[in-house]
Design a protein around this ligand. Structure first.
Ligand code: SF4
Length: 420
């Protein structure tokens, strides 16, 4: 395994305003933000200086094969700022020939000229946060853009992709937003595929603490699709996208052939990655580290990190393998699933323990194999599509239960198992 991470995530925390379902580390700057000069520019430029310091603080830099600029709303930045960021990586880390360089963009936060500017800066893949094409749903979710903005952005991206200026693009939708019944969701999916995006991310709405949606749910003022409706929506997603040539290569991601997100596969396959910016999580050598979510604390953290190198997780060292349960969980998200025996081998269990742990896991999973949520082909296990992918939590929770039990047994001689 290459000793150095070849992927970097960069967090741009700025948004115009906070959407009603969002609990990300974002800084809402208002509608009038102008990041080069004028309203909000000082906040943005100060943040970028700390971000650059953090990027440069890594001692052992090696060329990158994927970069992902996410947020927040990175398209709030001016193309010259995106160029500065990419050039910083180019000059200090190096960027591989053919690297995938993705940027998240939101409709109504960039113009067509900005898009050309981002492409000239080096972006070759875009992820467009459409969420819905229905103005009522967008409004109810606190989104700033309208359907018309989303359609315009999709057309621009479609054209740049077809003319070869970008390698790929993704259209992102959220499933089960308020007001999104069967008909509305069907309309959203059908609209989305009229733009032939090579990649689609379909996220399920989660109600997170601290969001407007959570408050409305607590007050009984938010009507969400029932579990049954949600399941019907998921089945519809599967049907429409499959019939349109998309393959579901991960629980929330669909693509046309050769358009999987290389960057995201790094996360799912357990390889290491750098991460820079407020609230972001890096895992260069297997251990995860999340930066402070609040600006002031993040800036203090960067200063300490640069001066004292306090954070040992960023210093080059031997790769710490992820725990087996995390590897199984991440692997099961992927269409190809996991080779269980290959993963078990990395544990260096002696034969008896290997076999005993394997048969205990099989006991847990027997019901899912019987009901068809999980499929076994030799040593390979994967979730069925669509049923297994939809109900993946059941399979994953039972695996965590197995993992807790075998680890409790390990220390049972001297300790009381905490779950007993
Ligand atoms: S635009 Fe995206 S990151 Fe910003 S508040 Fe809305 S959902 Fe959150």
């Amino acid at each position: 395994m290459n000793k150095f991470p070849r992927s970097a995530y960069v967090h741009i925390p700025f948004c115009h305003r906070r959407c009603f379902y969002c609990d990300f580390a974002v800084i809402p700057l208002g509608n009038k933000v102008e990041t080069l000069k004028g309203y909000g520019s000082k906040t943005v430029q100060e943040y970028l200086q700390f971000l650059y310091k953090e990027i440069l603080s890594i001692k052992h830099k090696s060329p990158l094969s994927t970069i992902y600029i996410g947020g927040g709303t990175p398209s709030i930045l001016d193309p010259t700022q995106i160029k500065e960021l990419i050039d910083l990586f180019k000059e200090n880390y190096g960027i591989d020939y053919g690297a995938e360089i993705t940027m998240e963009v939101d409709p109504a936060s960039f113009t067509q000229d900005d898009l050309f500017g981002f492409i000239n800066a080096g972006i070759n893949r875009f992820s467009l946060g459409v969420q819905s094409f229905n103005n009522q749903i967008l409004q109810k979710s606190g989104r700033r853009h309208l359907k018309e903005d989303a359609e315009k952005s999709c057309l621009w991206l479609k054209r740049e992709y077809e003319s070869g200026l970008i390698k790929s693009w993704s259209l992102d939708l959220i499933q089960n937003l308020p007001l999104s019944g069967f008909k509305e969701w069907q309309d959203d999916l059908k609209k989305a595929i009229t733009f032939s995006p090579p990649h689609l991310s379909i996220y399920d709405l989660n109600i997170e603490n601290g969001t407007v949606f959570k408050k409305l749910v607590n007050l009984g003022k938010l009507k969400l699709p029932s579990d049954e409706q949600a399941f019907r929506n998921s089945k519809l997603t599967h049907l429409i996208l499959k019939n349109s040539g998309y393959s579901r290569y991960e629980i929330s991601n669909y693509c046309l052939p050769r358009h999987q997100s290389r960057h995201n596969r790094v996360y799912w396959s357990g390889l290491g990655w750098w991460s820079f910016g407020q609230g972001s999580t890096s895992s260069p050598w297997g251990e995860k580290l999340t930066r402070p979510r609040v600006s002031k604390e993040y800036k203090e953290w960067v200063i300490r990190q640069c001066e004292l190198n306090l954070d040992s997780s960023l210093i080059n060292k031997d790769f710490v393998y992820k725990e087996l349960d995390e590897k199984i969980m991440l692997g099961l998200r992927l269409k190809e699933g996991i080779d269980i025996k290959e993963l078990f081998k990395e544990q260096n269990w002696e034969n008896k323990k290997f076999e005993s742990n394997f048969s205990k896991l099989l006991e847990e999973w027997e019901k899912f194999l019987d009901s068809g949520l999980l499929v076994r082909k030799g040593n390979r296990f994967f979730l069925s599509e669509p049923k297994g992918m939809e109900l993946s939590n059941q399979v994953i929770i039972s695996m965590f239960k197995w993992w807790d039990e075998i680890n409790c047994n390990k220390s049972a001689v001297t300790l009381t198992c905490p779950s007993q």
